[in-house]
Design a protein around this ligand. Structure first.
Ligand SMILES: N[C@@H](CCC(=O)N[C@@H](CS)C(=O)NCC(=O)O)C(=O)O
Length: 210
């Protein structure tokens, strides 16, 4: 068995993406907590692994990989017999399209603004920036509607088998659901709401995203 170490705050959404995949693939791995709110991700030692100071970073037998698309692709292909990407090329393209929408059009608004302002800022004793939250609603709705239009939700995003796209969106929904904006941003996405009811009860989701 390869020696696998995942670096990152266990509660971070992108770290949870890799953790869900590793759990569903039954892969044993070591976890190294790299805090993103205490500066662990900006130490020289960590920047040596990930020059952009983001989490997660994966190490497999001494090789370092960062960026969640690369990490999840590697785990899926190398350690999970590719079972977390659909064999059908069109479905695989849809899976990748959803991952890309999340990276480029959803994450900054849904997590970077709504979740941070609603859940993290108050936890740290601050007041949410209400105007930033208001401004993040429309782009979040747009990105979720785009995912809704691409996704199959039968019951998983890319069809009948759970895929990496599900592992990308689940950790975001876990937090988004805890915000008062959740109802508004999912008002136009009935398929995603049905998908969410199916995936949030998975054992791996309950264990990793509790
Ligand atoms: N492009 C990176 C994004 C990872 C990312 O944004 N991680 C967040 C946590 S969910 C992070 O490291 N935030 C700390 C920071 O930006 O300083 C990936 O795909 O892995």
């Amino acid at each position: 068995m390869p020696n696998v170490t995942l670096y990152g705050t266990p509660t971070s959404t992108y770290v949870r993406t890799s953790r869900l995949l590793l759990a569903e693939a039954n892969i044993d791995y070591n976890s190294k907590d790299i805090g993103i709110f205490n500066g662990d991700n900006h130490t020289a030692e960590y920047l040596d692994k990930h020059p952009f100071g983001k989490v997660p970073t994966l190490e497999v037998d001494g090789e370092t990989i960062y960026e969640s698309t690369a990490i999840t692709h590697y785990i899926n292909q190398k350690l999970a017999d590719s079972k977390f990407s659909p064999p059908d090329l069109l479905l695989e393209a849809k899976m990748r399209q959803i991952m890309s929408i999340i990276d480029n059009y959803l994450y900054a608004h849904a997590v970077g603004t709504i979740v941070i302002q609603r859940l993290i800022v108050p936890q740290q004793g601050g007041q949410p920036d209400e105007s930033a939250v208001r401004e993040a609603i429309a782009p979040t709705q747009k990105a979720l509607k785009a995912i809704e239009d691409v996704a199959l939700c039968t019951p998983f995003l890319a069809g009948s088998l759970i895929s990496i796209a599900d592992f990308y969106l689940i950790p975001i929904f876990i937090y988004l659901e805890k915000t008062p904006e959740f109802t508004t941003v999912t008002a136009q996405t009935p398929k995603l709401k049905a998908w969410w009811d199916e995936v949030k009860i998975l054992a791996s989701v309950k264990e990793i995203c509790a």
